[in-house]
Design a protein around this ligand. Sequence first.
Ligand code: HEC
Ligand code: HEC
Length: 214
Amino acid sequence: MKRLTLLSLLLAGVLSTASAAEHAKSAAKGDPAKGQAIGSTMCAACHAPDGNSIGAPNPKLAGQHAEYLFKQMKNFKAADGNPPERNNPIMNGMIAAFDEAQMRDLAAYFAAQKQIGDQAKNRDTLEAGQKIFRAGNAAKGLPACAGCHGPTGMGIPAQFPRIGGQFADYIEAQLKGFRDGTRANDPNGMMRTIALKMTDAEIKAVADYTAGLR
Ligand code: HEC
Ligand code: HEC
């Protein structure tokens, strides 16, 4: 009898832990309806109501992985007396008012929208861009973008963002930011190490190719 009571106590403990975990999971996922209320109004001037921004410098948010969107919003916000990990005067200001729960809601909303992809525009550099994307350049130790961002640039959640269909000008600006260190919020300097190995021409070529990826 005593053992039975102990067992049921244990079981009750397990069950309540499970429901707490379930609760934490839904909180971690965010509520797209709440996100829409903020996102389709306060973010729309630059990212459009559904996250399909009209053009660079404003990146498309539609169809981006929620975890990545959430991380970027957190990185744009100063916390614990530290400056923001990702610097952009517009976004640093825009995101300051929101707490983490709202950021998760916003991330859930934009992630659930369908991306309208951009196009590659420069035929002359397409082949070079594709080569870098798919194979990198072994001679200079440049890894293939596909290795982390997937063969069609769809990304691999949670760590590796979707870059396929994004504006070429935005991709180019981010690669240059990683290269000169003005963007330094990439875990373990993964993108900084890569961008340092790239010339302006290589960056332009791979950015244009990536914009047309589906
Ligand atoms: C006035 C224009 C403007 C408004 C309004 C704005 N953004 Fe942005 N957003 C930008 C720009 C510009 C960038 C690119 C910053 C950079 O180059 O580092 C950006 C980048 C982002 C990124 C990073 C995307 C990526 O691919 O890394 C996220 C996430 C984001 N914005 C979310 C939001 C949300 C959520 C709102 C509304 C609460 C919002 N933005 C409102 C201009 C804006
Ligand atoms: C070793 C893995 C890895 C490889 C290889 C890699 N990336 Fe990345 N990339 C990342 C990670 C991780 C991030 C997200 C950084 C962050 O959390 O802010 C990222 C972010 C980016 C971004 C910013 C996306 C945005 O929305 O702001 C661009 C653009 C990008 N990568 C392009 C490339 C290109 C082009 C190549 C090939 C030349 C490449 N990456 C190769 C890991 C990689």
